[in-house]
Design a protein around this ligand. Structure first.
Ligand code: PRP
Ligand code: MN
Ligand code: MG
Length: 185
């Protein structure tokens, strides 16, 4: 394969739509977190592109840190078991934490992370998720900011992968059905 675009069936959200929405959320968060110096946490790997755009549009003092969490493995459905691949290097005690995530699917990842950060003594824990897929929610997760609510389709791009590929797409897209054929889930 020469170009990742060759594997795309259709685009769901364009790059311009994504950037516009992230900028809107960043403007709102800059008001909501004025004077609080939030600790913005990027949930790697999926949230990398959203985090990057989001923090560059924030206009207030902030800090950032990274946590690498995994629940999917190689398939297209969540396993429900969270693996910490890399932890934060910042003490979250008494901090106003804003988690940036690419997608809420079953909700297991964020449900676990919110509990973990509260256990570590964070003063507040809120979430910005670029995508929300209500059809798949099995545990309750309250989002402070939502980018887009999407239908129950497996999407890739703008950080989201299928079997570690397609994170570099600059839009959110659905892959051609043959890409998923023979997947291990
Ligand atoms: C994906 C996605 C979210 C999570 C959402 O991450 O980026 O973090 O799953 O699913 P959930 O709501 O069912 O928990 P993944 O485990 O694929 O790791 P990755 O970010 O490195 O791709
Ligand atoms: Mn992820
Ligand atoms: Mg993944």
């Amino acid at each position: 394969i020469v170009d990742v675009q060759d594997k795309i069936d259709h685009e769901l959200i364009s790059h311009d739509q994504i950037v516009k929405r992230i900028n809107e959320v960043a403007a709102q968060a800059s008001k909501d977190y004025a004077g609080k110096k939030p600790l913005v946490i990027c949930v790697l790997k999926g949230a990398i592109q959203t985090l990057s755009r989001f923090v560059s549009a924030l206009t207030i003092p902030m800090e950032m840190d990274f946590m690498s969490l995994s629940t999917y493995g190689a398939g297209t459905s969540s396993s429900g078991k969270i693996t910490v691949r890399a932890d934060l290097t910042t003490d979250v005690k008494d901090r106003d934490v804003l988690i940036v995530e690419d997608i809420v699917d079953s909700g297991f990842t964020l449900n676990w992370l919110v509990g973990e950060l509260k256990k570590r003594g964070a003063k507040s824990v809120e979430i910005f998720a670029l995508l929300e897929k209500p059809a798949r929610h099995t545990v309750d997760v309250k989002l402070k900011y939502t980018g887009f609510v999407i239908p129950d389709e497996f999407v890739v791009g703008f950080g989201l992968d299928f079997d570690e590929e397609y994170r570099n797409l600059n839009s959110i897209a659905v892959l051609k059905p043959e890409v998923y054929e023979g997947e291990i889930s």
